[in-house]
Design a protein around this ligand. Structure first.
Ligand SMILES: [Fe+2]
Length: 508
């Protein structure tokens, strides 16, 4: 497919998206929860209060100096970012699905043992339009909003709420279905959607780009049965945007991996079925098609048509840990997989009603992909995890240690959230972990290499957690080599942040 054909297909897809506005959604089918419902239900579930979110009136959040306990490492300096859905209510309406909220970027500026915080909603075109209207104007991923305002393309619906990255001097909030949104790192004000090249405006730039060891950034965008592979140099300039056909017209192509020669993209067999939304609701709309395999697409970075498609038993995949090429030519891949989509179609709705989610069931999956035979061999781990991470210096290379948020204790009223972190040695199978206890809801943690050190565990772990008792958000720092000792330091905000999805660390 050449670029012209691609853009034509993209425009057709965008036009089809516009018809979404006219669809009744499962929100109506299952009964819409109101802000008052949440406020009542959450009284019984204090670990869920961050799902209340923020409002325009909250304004930017600022704290000049968080309260640090323990010994904050003097060499850990830089900017730690997070992003996630944050604004769920407007004009008396409340979104139904956690993924719907407008994005809010959190920035922790760390220097000299001090931690400062700033948080700001991404002022997307969507948010500005709805702010002016005093109500939601556009339908979201899981909420139907009746409206006669026409869509101008995917970015009309773009909440910029999934991840955040600094690359080539640009700070960007990312979402799966549209443009990256650029922000000013100095004050988190929004600059606007990024256009990498004229003619590719609004083409999806997904939320899980991978930076390889040479500092190049690789990303995909997906819609219908088309894929685009983005390649940026270390300075943030577009090197290339290659276009290819997808072997599966999936609706949830969320993450990808990069190796020396390949892009590796899981294509779980779940389609966003809008007809089902019309008649049946979320159960059907986000169901896993177990008659279809989980496809793993491995394609050459320099020629997307040179590819292998591997097939594994049906699973839902949100997140990839890493991939690398072995000397025998095989590709190793780690990801987190789930046998069902219950979180997507039930849990992510329950939490916005102020009700506990279901117990998680996603676990670490290790796969060997034989490029000669097309055979895939999968080994499933017995764990309960999300948000897999490796040493950022080993993205696309053999990484021995895989970090994840994890749950293994049966704490009351904590179904569907994580209370610990784990480090898995994927070579020996050894597992080290730390339990933060029933009063901390643990979010994604990242590996941050220690300056001047090269070992894979010569790193800190940094991540946020919600302290249920104090009702505030904290930042944890652990030593990657001694994860079982727990935090070496913790910085507490005087307020809570909405739960987020993903973060990024930019060294000073
Ligand atoms: Fe994600």
């Amino acid at each position: 497919m050449n670029r012209r054909e691609f853009v034509r297909a993209f425009v057709q897809t965008s036009t089809a998206m516009a018809s979404l506005q006219a669809l009744p959604s499962f929100a109506q089918t299952v009964g819409a929860a109101t802000a008052a419902d949440f406020d009542v239900n959450v009284l019984k579930h204090p670990s869920l209060t961050p799902y209340k979110g923020v409002s325009d009136f909250t304004g930017d959040l600022r704290c000049e100096s968080l309260t640090v306990t323990g010994r904050w490492p003097a060499e850990l300096n830089g900017r730690f970012y997070r992003n996630g859905p944050a604004l769920f209510e407007r004009g008396g309406q409340r979104y139904q699905h956690w993924f719907d909220g407008d994005g809010m970027v959190q920035q922790f500026t760390i220097g000299g043992g001090k931690v400062a915080h700033r948080g700001a909603l991404v002022r997307t075109n969507k948010l500005l339009t709805e702010q002016k209207a005093g109500k939601f104007v556009y339908s979201a991923f899981g909420s139907y909003i009746p409206s006669d305002v026409p869509l101008q393309g995917p970015d009309s619906l773009n909440p910029a709420n999934t991840s955040v990255i600094e690359h080539g001097g640009r700070l960007m909030a990312l979402w799966e279905g549209g443009s990256a949104y650029e922000l000013n790192a100095s004050d988190l004000s929004t600059r606007g959607p990024v256009v990498w090249k004229a003619g590719l405006e609004q083409v999806p730039f997904s939320a899980h780009p991978k930076r390889d060891v040479n500092g190049h950034l690789w990303n995909i965008g997906s819609f219908g049965n088309h894929l685009i592979a983005w390649h940026l140099d270390p300075h943030g300039n577009l090197v290339d945007a290659k276009i290819g056909a997808s072997p599966y017209a999936g609706g949830m192509v969320h993450d990808m991996a990069v190796t020396d020669q390949f892009l590796v993209v899981p294509l779980p067999p779940v389609k966003l079925n809008f007809e089902a939304l019309r008649s049946g609701g979320a159960e059907q709309a986000f169901a896993l098609d177990t008659a279809e395999p989980l496809r793993i697409l491995v394609m050459r970075k320099d020629d997307l048509s040179q590819r292998r498609v591997f097939e594994l038993p049906a699973q839902m995949v949100f997140h990839v840990g890493n991939a690398f090429e072995r000397t025998d030519g095989n590709v190793s891949l780690s990801f987190v997989g789930s046998p069902h989509t219950k979180f997507l179609r039930q849990g992510a709705l329950a939490v916005l009603r102020g009700e506990p989610s279901l117990a998680g069931s996603a676990s670490t999956q290790l796969v060997e992909l034989n490029l000669n035979t097309g055979r895939a061999t999968l080994t499933a781990m017995d764990d309960q995890v999300e948000f897999p991470q490796v040493d950022p210096r080993r993205v696309g290379l053999a990484a021995q240690h895989l970090l994840s948020t994890s749950s293994w204790m049966d704490y009351a009223d904590r179904e569907g959230s994580y209370h610990g972190v784990q480090m898995r040695d994927v070579v020996s199978g050894k597992l080290k972990r730390f339990d933060f206890g029933e009063n901390l809801v643990v979010e994604e943690h990242l590996l941050v290499p220690k300056p001047g050190r090269a070992g894979e565990l010569d790193a800190w772990l940094i991540g946020t957690a919600f302290d249920v008792k104090r009702q505030v958000t904290v930042v944890n720092v652990l030593d990657a080599a001694r994860i079982e000792d727990g935090p070496v330091a913790q910085a507490a905000l005087p307020y809570k942040l909405p739960f987020g999805f993903h973060g990024h660390f930019a060294g000073a």
